[in-house]
Design a protein around this ligand. Structure first.
Ligand code: IFM
Length: 456
């Protein structure tokens, strides 16, 4: 399935080599993916998730596409693990699908789901890849969504039960684990801006989701700890806000953006509190006695993960009823998502995490990468822009480690082109091109540059 004409194999002088040489020998490099985006949830008895329901609604997803087939990773996982190992990566960050393991409301565990993750995890171990698992990368079982989803306290308890299931079957083989991928996306993006499932635009739903996803994280951490796990982390996405003008009001709004996007999650996980500026707006909608959950949310961790892609330019918006700002287009070069390329934001967050929130923890960049308008021409994909993106972000990490910021690893997003949520299969983030009709994999030039740099 892998294209065998390796046109740009082993380029000498990979632009990534000098960065990698400056990092400590123990620094870990991996790639990241997620279940709904690649597995194909029409295979192996997987249950329906709220993403299937969201994608079923007209015009929610580009071309009305969904994750039914994905990259058919369910069947092609050996090929994909070979690609990871052959490039020289030492770790694979993947997610388990809750509805694959528990497809029905009261139907018990899906043996095919257990068997699939057994094969996948054992396949990583056989290739010397360190498994780094995420338990929730957005595929909420539809039956839980129907009962209130992340607006309901019970969903957090059910997530703890699901965590226990994962720990019992796979825990001893998972070197690193995090409960939730990108809680901002799970809550604000999905319940206030409505861009992701369940597609709501309600301040009340948002406040509840912003709390219950954090509670789910904390309860899950406690379950993992009760199983004796020692490498439990979190994966928070960060976006760097910059003011569109020099006014005091825009500075205040930019700080508020930082509060909603970043500090809400950092403060609660690492300090057991929510930031006052955001809470002042969400307080009327918060679940009763939410304060009592904060010590659970702040359960101690062993590592901290940061997903970073871009910055946001913040401008006042008088028509925005609750927060008063909007994100506008900036003037930096942009990726195919229209996201500005701003590597210095990564440094800002890693430094802040190390100094303010998690001084004693190793930090991992758990996602970083770009969508590019890749074209497969004569069996080749030249994605030089993606290699440059990686190199520019790695350069920031080199400076940070030289300063003593404890960055311990980096995961490129993503191994494969995949289902990019509301953008369907239109936006390509992979190091490896996927033809979604034939499922043929073709490593792009960025893949070969990683391979050259990781195998000097
Ligand atoms: O594809 C997503 C991923 O699921 C979560 N982090 C950001 C990526 C790019 O949008």
């Amino acid at each position: 399935m892998i294209a065998d004409d390796s046109p740009m194999n082993s380029p000498m002088n990979s632009p990534l080599t000098s960065m990698i040489n400056k990092l400590p020998a123990s620094f870990s490099f991996g790639v990241a993916t997620s279940s709904y985006q690649i597995e194909g949830n029409s295979f192996g008895g997987c249950g329906r998730s709220h993403w299937d329901e969201f994608a079923r609604q007209p015009d929610k997803v580009f071309n009305n596409e969904d994750g039914a087939i994905g990259c058919d990773h369910y069947h092609l996982f050996e090929t994909d693990l070979d690609l990871i190992a052959d490039a020289g990566f030492d770790s694979y960050r993947f997610s388990l699908s809750w509805p694959r393991l528990l497809p029905e409301r009261a139907g018990g565990v899906n043996p095919e789901g257990i068997a699939f993750y057994d094969r996948l995890i054992d396949g990583m171990l056989a290739r010397g890849l360190t498994p780094n698992a995420t338990l929730y990368h957005w595929d909420l079982p539809l039956y839980h969504a129907a009962e209130g989803g992340w607006q309901a306290r019970d969903t957090a308890s059910y997530f703890a039960d699901y965590t226990d299931l994962v720990m019992r079957h796979f825990g001893d083989r998972l070197a690193m684990i995090a409960p939730v991928n990108e809680p901002w996306c799970v809550s604000f993006l999905s319940h206030y801006w409505g861009h992701h499932a369940p597609g709501l635009t309600s301040i009340s739903a948002t406040a509840k989701a912003m709390h219950f996803i954090q509670l789910a994280h904390g309860l899950s951490v406690q379950v993992m700890r009760s199983h004796g796990h020692k490498q439990i982390g979190c994966v928070l996405n960060k976006e760097f806000g910059v003011p569109a003008d020099n006014s005091d009001e825009t500075a205040r709004l930019t700080a508020l953006f930082d509060g909603i996007y970043n500090r809400w999650f950092e403060e609660s996980v690492f300090k057991g509190r929510y930031p006052d500026d955001v809470l002042a707006i969400l307080a009327p909608y918060m679940p009763e006695k939410f304060e009592l959950d904060l010590p659970i949310i702040a359960s101690p961790l062993d590592w901290a993960g940061v997903n970073y892609y871009t910055r946001s330019v913040i401008a006042p918006d008088k028509d925005e009823p609750h927060f008063g700002f909007k994100c506008i287009s900036g003037n930096l070069p942009k990726t195919d998502m229209g996201w500005e390329i701003a590597p210095e934001g990564l440094s800002y967050f890693l430094r802040r995490l190390a100094s303010r929130y998690a001084p004693d923890l190793p930090i991992y960049v758990t996602e970083n990468g770009m969508a590019n308008s890749d074209r497969l021409i004569n069996g080749r994909v030249d994605d030089a822009a993606r290699t440059a993106y990686f190199a520019n972000h790695l350069a920031e990490i080199c400076s940070l480690t030289a300063e003593g910021v404890p960055v311990a690893g980096y995961y490129a997003w993503s191994l494969l082109d995949n289902f990019e949520w509301a953008f369907g299969y239109d936006k390509r983030f992979g190091l490896v091109h996927v033809d979604f009709k034939s499922q043929k994999r073709t490593p792009k030039s960025s893949y070969y540059y990683w391979q050259a740099a990781l195998n000097p």
